[in-house]
Design a protein. Structure first.
Length: 220
């Protein structure tokens, strides 16, 4: 046991360093958005998910969580490009991440009333956005919204932390959709999109890691 202690300590130190680097990248990204410093955003945004994934890996994260964060990184990068094809590819990458999350959540029980609430929110949001979305994006956005809502709902099966993460992911992408539909936006809209998205991915990661540790300690 004592022979493994230095390795365990080194891993713990690396985990803290990666989490601190992630926090720094978050700060740079959000401050850049508030300051309208596009270069800072373009540098920091692609670093967010790799740093969070590396942190999760040092904590023994399931492979599906790493894959979900990887696909989130793909979506982040493609959405930096100002082109319709890049938006669709980015949305597809995020969709693949949601599939990874859904597979990770498995068949754990979830609240029926919460499921009804998410269904009402999905139908209402799509119905309101539909007329204002570009015609070629209506079906892709509706399909993506269904998958995202399912992920947000199923995230609650891991507990409150992951459940809040799922809800924030839904909120973040809804804000993006309102921008695509050219609805009136909050001041500094990209700040709100990124702050809710970053919080969502972090809380989902924390929820998954907490569940994994709980299962291991129970098995032990």
């Amino acid at each position: 046991m004592s022979a493994r202690t230095p390795a365990v300590a080194a891993t713990s130190t690396l985990s803290r360093a990666l989490l601190a680097a992630f926090a720094l990248a978050v700060a740079v990204d959000l401050v850049s958005l508030l300051a309208d410093a596009d270069l800072g955003h373009r540098i920091a945004k692609p670093l967010l998910m790799p740093l969070l994934a590396a942190y999760a890996a040092t904590r023994g994260a399931p492979k599906l969580l790493i894959a979900a964060l990887f696909f989130g990184w793909g979506g982040d990068v493609f959405l930096l490009l100002d082109a319709d094809w890049a938006f669709l590819v980015g949305m597809g990458s995020f969709a693949a991440g949601h599939v990874c999350y859904l597979a990770l959540f498995g068949r754990r029980s979830t609240s029926v009333p919460l499921g009804i609430a998410y269904t009402v929110a999905l139908l209402g949001t799509v119905a309101l956005l539909w007329p204002d979305l570009p015609a070629d994006l209506r079906i892709p956005v509706a399909g993506y919204s269904l998958l995202l809502t399912a992920m947000a709902y199923r995230a609650s099966s891991l507990g409150l932390v992951a459940g809040v993460g799922g809800a924030l992911f839904l909120l973040s992408d809804t804000l993006i959709a309102t921008g695509v539909a050219e609805w009136p936006q909050l001041p500094a809209p990209d700040f709100w999109v990124m702050s809710t998205y970053i919080a969502a991915q972090y809380l989902l990661t924390t929820g998954v890691l907490t569940q994994a540790y709980g299962e291991r300690s129970t098995a032990a």
